[in-house]
Each structure stands twice: as structure tokens, then as C-alpha cells.
Ligand binder design. Structure first.
Ligand code: MN
Length: 240
């Protein structure tokens, strides 16, 4: 049937970055009822994944060949792709906010993972800290939301073990992704880089999640980043 969803991957080259291309593609895709994502490529081009009705995809492809007014498209390559079940059309590769991992010696020793969302910090306590090994699933107990102010403060009992910007990923927009218990994100820290996923395994007052490194070029199978790099990224201090 003509209405069976299809998916495409598009690669656009030319003068296509810094000209409003991503926002224009997103606007057009939303008008056409398409889902997927658009991102700037490292080579100066633009990459698009779009899925939905074939008629709407044809319209989007026509738009991609032109681009917005200030763009000069040199080439457009279209490959068919797998329908992935996206529920949004997102601009990827954009900083969503600050992430912080603190090492904290309280009544028990643990790490705190914090992600900036809507002006505050969603927070998880990790008894063993994060890992760059995709085979290692680390327990992350969700705790109360913290204020953004003071996120990078250190004290006698806490250091900033890592920090940087993060990107929201996945097929579902945030914060719904967190509400539904599966959130994918990309960290741009000093020690933690690349894709991670938080998967909720139990609800209740203190929901339990698993933090897992995704398999990408930043994954380090067999590594133990917490043991290898114990120092604060702000003060260089090691929590004794
Ligand atoms: Mn803590």
C-alpha cells in the first residue's frame, strides 16, 4: 500500500551549514508529518533520517534538493533506510544542557549523575559510578531533582568527577523519554564521552535504573574509568 511508512537517509553537501538548514528541514518535516532527525555532518554537510508516508518523503526530498533560501545545495544522495519508530523530528548534535558526575562520600560512597533539564538537575545515585564498558550495567537510583546552582561546587566530601554538555537522543522526545523509562543521550565530558542509555527497571519512591554505555567509538570494553581516573576535573583532588 502507498501509505506503508518508509524511511530514507539523506546526505546533503554544499553550503548547507550555518544557513538555517536544520531548522528549515525540521519545520518542513513536521508540516509533512514526518519523524526522524537532522544533524550537521563533520564534513560540512547535513544528514537526515526521515520516516513516514512515501508521498511526504518525496516532498521532503524535493525540499532537501533546494534547501532554505540561503543554502546552496551541491549534491543530494538518498538511501532507503529501516523504519525505526521515531516519535519526533529532532535536531541532533545540539547541546541540551550541563551534565555533572560528582563523587560523593556520604554515609555510603557513591557517584551522583546529574542532567540539566528544564532549569534544574535530574539526579541519580550510582553506587559504583559510570562505566565506558558497554557490557557493564551500572545501577542508578533516581533521587530528588537538584538545583542547577551549585552543580559544580566541591566540598570536603564531594568532588566534580566529570562534567560537560550533553545531547538528548533517542526516538522519543525528552522529558517523555525519562517518563517512559528509556532515555538515550550523548555526553561531551572530559572522561565520559559518547552515547549512554538510562533504562528504568523498577518504579516506586526511588526508581531504579541501569546506566549503560552504548556501543560507539567512545566505548572502552574491559575498562574501569572510575579506578583509572579518580581525580576531580575541576581541582585535580582525589576523594580520600
Ligand atoms: Mn550524593
Amino acid at each position: 500500500m502507498g501509505d506503508t511508512p518508509r524511511a530514507i537517509r539523506a546526505t546533503i553537501t554544499g553550503a548547507v551549514q550555518g544557513v538555517g538548514f536544520r531548522h528549515a528541514v525540521r519545520r518542513r518535516a513536521l508540516q509533512l508529518g514526518l519523524a526522524g532527525w537532522v544533524r550537521n555532518g563533520e564534513d560540512g554537510g547535513v544528514l537526515v533520517h526521515a520516516e513516514g508516508s512515501p508521498v511526504a518523503l518525496d516532498e521532503l526530498i524535493e525540499f532537501l534538493g533546494r534547501g532554505p533560501r540561503l543554502a546552496a545545495v551541491m549534491s543530494l544522495a538518498i538511501d532507503s533506510a529501516k523504519v525505526e519508530g521515531h516519535e519526533q523530528f529532532a535536531i541532533r548534535g545540539v547541546r541540551a544542557g550541563l551534565f555533572v558526575v560528582r563523587e560523593h562520600q556520604a554515609s555510603t560512597h557513591h557517584f551522583d549523575l546529574r542532567l540539566e533539564l528544564a532549569g534544574s538537575m535530574r539526579s541519580w545515585a550510582l553506587p559504583k559510578g559510570p562505566s565506558l564498558d558497554p557490557a557493564t550495567k551500572r545501577l542508578a537510583v533516581e533521587v530528588e531533582v537538584h538545583e542547577l546552582s551549585g552543580a559544580l561546587a566541591e566540598s570536603e566530601s564531594a568532588i566534580v568527577w566529570d562534567r560537560g554538555g550533553y545531547e538528548q537522543g533517542g526516538r522519543v522526545p525528552w522529558p517523555q523519554a525519562l517518563d517512559r523509562g528509556h532515555a538515550v543521550f550523548v555526553l561531551h565530558g572530559t572522561k565520559l564521552r559518547g552515547g549512554f542509555a538510562l533504562q528504568r527497571t523498577a518504579g516506586g519512591a526511588k526508581p531504579q535504573w541501569l546506566l549503560v554505555k552504548r556501543r560507539d567509538e567512545h566505548a572502552r570494553p574491559g575498562s574501569d574509568i572510575v579506578a583509572a581516573q579518580p581525580q576531580s576535573v575541576i581541582s585535580g583532588r582525589v576523594l580520600s
